[in-house]
Design a protein around this ligand. Structure first.
Ligand SMILES: Cc1cc2nc3c(=O)[nH]c(=O)nc-3n(C[C@H](O)[C@H](O)[C@H](O)COP(=O)(O)OP(=O)(O)OC[C@H]3O[C@@H](n4cnc5c(N)ncnc54)[C@H](O)[C@@H]3O)c2cc1C
Length: 394
């Protein structure tokens, strides 16, 4: 029996894989097949807080964020459905040590076409009078921010991809990659081989499992996010907040009477085997952990003391040593990766989809923009180092 064939196989049905598939279809790249071992959105995408804000210390990711923001703003027009995008200004608090990094971030955002500025604590108090900012030296603000519904967004992109003729197979795990004479020639699933000259690994946390047998190691580690839903008075917060001093984030939910707040913490109990097994329920948020996040929020916003903890959940982000994604070709001809999203993959997904599709189509401009994010940079000793550091992922 002849093997099934495709022009491109994309492994992973999260927002990154689907966005790449969509933009390849827009380029009429041929027969595109997305293989998802569970269901579309089963990975980090379904757990995402989905905050969207222009905050980066590197121009490549600032460009990805800006391109993505324009897609989120015009989501209905581009995808025909509602991605649940709500525009909301960002406020990011830092202490004195982080101020120089913020100044860089403003310039990088502006160069990429976003609006950003730094307010003094007193200037910011004009926007939220009841905020406690004694330990804050500056507030990075941008109106080009907001949040979306991760499931609605992914559904919108998936429906558009399906309508464009992309084959999407759920419950279809790729067990191994087929390589011949240094070239990718396809993927193997339990149902057989799909032959393809181009394969893109958009497998999030699970990227190493397919690469290890080929002797390729990518520096991906896990970071668990603890997310808690907080019942608040209606309209209590009108900003999306990242607190780089107390280390938490909080944003309102669409329903207006609650917020999602969270923080990321390394959990020594997270093993590769546990994280890899989607059938294992992730650990929830303990009462103690919930209060830990709540206390930080109330320290910053004393008026939220009456807010009450509702349900919580945890999810795992795929981190790289410089907290920037791994995007580009691997040392096997025709094999590409888009993984290691470092907890910021949702807000960059449309831009990553566009530029990865351009890169696969051989466009030099995409290769130039994505070059600093090449997946081999750690081995080459070329990790991205910002001029000044922030305490949070940027
Ligand atoms: C709790 C939490 C909050 C977050 N909040 C934000 C935020 O506010 N803003 C932001 O920008 N980002 C945020 N992120 C990060 C963002 O959600 C992720 O970076 C993004 O969703 C990653 O998408 P992905 O497609 O790379 O991965 P995933 O969504 O994990 O998709 C990968 C898919 O690949 C499939 N797969 C794996 N191996 C195989 C195989 N061998 N064969 C077939 N399929 C396979 C998996 O089943 C999975 O569905 C958050 C992440 C978490 C966990």
């Amino acid at each position: 029996m002849n093997a099934e064939t495709a022009d491109v196989v994309i492994v992973g049905g999260g927002i990154i894989g689907m966005a790449i598939a969509h933009y390849l279809a827009e380029r009429r790249f041929g027969r595109i097949c997305v293989l998802e071992r569970s269901y579309v959105g089963a990975g980090s995408t379904g757990q995402s807080v989905a905050s969207i804000e222009p905050l980066s210390l590197f121009s490549s990711t600032a460009i990805l964020q800006r391109r993505s923001y324009e897609v989120f703003l015009n989501f209905r027009e581009r995808f025909g459905g509602d991605g649940g995008f709500v525009r909301l200004p960002l406020a990011f608090f830092v202490d004195q040590a982080q101020l120089p990094a913020l100044q860089n971030a403003v310039k990088i955002a502006q160069d990429a076409g976003s609006t950003a500025s730094i307010l003094s604590p007193d200037e910011f108090r004009a926007e939220i009078p009841d905020v406690q900012l004694d330990d804050v030296a500056g507030v990075y603000c941008s109106p080009d921010a907001g949040f979306a519904d991760p499931v609605l967004t992914l559904n919108g992109i998936t429906e558009r991809a399906r309508a464009a003729g992309i084959v999407i197979r759920q419950s279809t795990a790729v067990d191994s990659l087929e390589v011949q004479a240094g070239r990718i020639i396809g993927v193997r699933t339990a149902q057989g081989v799909i032959a393809a000259p181009v394969v893109v690994l958009a497998t999030g946390l699970w990227v190493e499992a397919l690469l290890q047998p080929l002797g390729i190691r990518l520096p991906v580690r896990f970071l668990r996010h603890y997310v808690v839903n907080l019942g608040t008075p209606a309209g209590a917060l009108r900003h999306s907040i990242i607190d780089g001093v107390l280390d938490f984030y909080i944003r309102p939910e669409q329903a207006q009477d609650s917020c999602l707040m969270g923080m990321a913490l390394h959990n020594a109990a997270d093993t590769f085997a546990d994280v890899h097994d989607l059938s294992k329920a992730p650990p929830g948020v303990s009462q103690e952990m919930g209060f830990q996040v709540w206390e930080k929020v109330v320290t910053r916003f004393p008026f939220l003391e009456q807010a009450h903890l509702k349900r919580g959940y945890t999810g795992v982000a795929d981190m790289t040593p410089d907290n920037q994604p791994l995007l580009g070709p691997l040392p096997i001809s025709g094999l590409f990766v888009a993984a290691g999203m470092s907890g910021i993959g949702f807000k960059m997904a449309p831009g990553i989809g566009q530029l990865m599709a351009d890169l696969i189509a051989g466009e030099a401009e995409a290769a130039r923009i994505l070059y600093p994010l090449r997946p081999t940079r750690a081995d080459e000793g070329s990790l991205l180092v910002p001029a000044n550091r922030l305490s949070t992922i940027a």
